[in-house]
Design a protein around this ligand. Sequence first.
Ligand SMILES: [Fe+2]
Length: 228
Amino acid sequence: MLHHTRCNWKIGVESFLDHYHPKFVHHSMFRATGASLEDMRANSVADLGGGHTELGFSHHNVAVGRPLAWAGGIAPERLGDYVPAMEAAYGAEEANRRLIAGAPHVMVFPNLCLAQMNLIVFHPLGAGECVQETAPVLLDGAPALNRRTLRQCEGAMGPAGLIIADDAEIGERTQTGLMARSPAWLELSRGLERDHTDSDGALRSPDESDETTHRGFWQHYAQVMARR
Ligand SMILES: [Fe+2]
């Protein structure tokens, strides 16, 4: 699916890599679907280097301990043969761990976003407009899961999608606000004191509202743009 939005492509990328906006920008989605804000809490935000970023959910999901809570809380028995196939492939214990832990949200610099069962790419059209391309991730041999993924993608990212319309509206308002050029600089220092280098070499903060990911993206973007 393609969505034309009147904002710079980097505003779209920013809306993907921060995790403080869903609570208010997508509040109507939580109200309409009854989804729990708690089920989509990120336990860390990380600058992976090279402009790549991560919103980590797995530690929180493991603490919650419910399989597929991260996927809208669907009951595993509604996914046909998917869970038995996972158990056959990985063993019951490892399959359960994977179904509970889910996957992170990863932004591959500069414009590819991996959001569990959705792929998103932001294509620049000009300084003030872009196209957001989204596609569901479908798996071989998992028809029930694929049907669910398609419906979720349509509901969130389709023409009347609950999520993409919110982000597009805020992206366009942000573009308008930035064109005022005053103040000249945006403050992105939230959580600087919590950033620490983890055992994998990523710069990480345990607070989902910290701007660690924004800083990682923009610092690398500035470096790339300064090269001759
Ligand atoms: Fe959003």
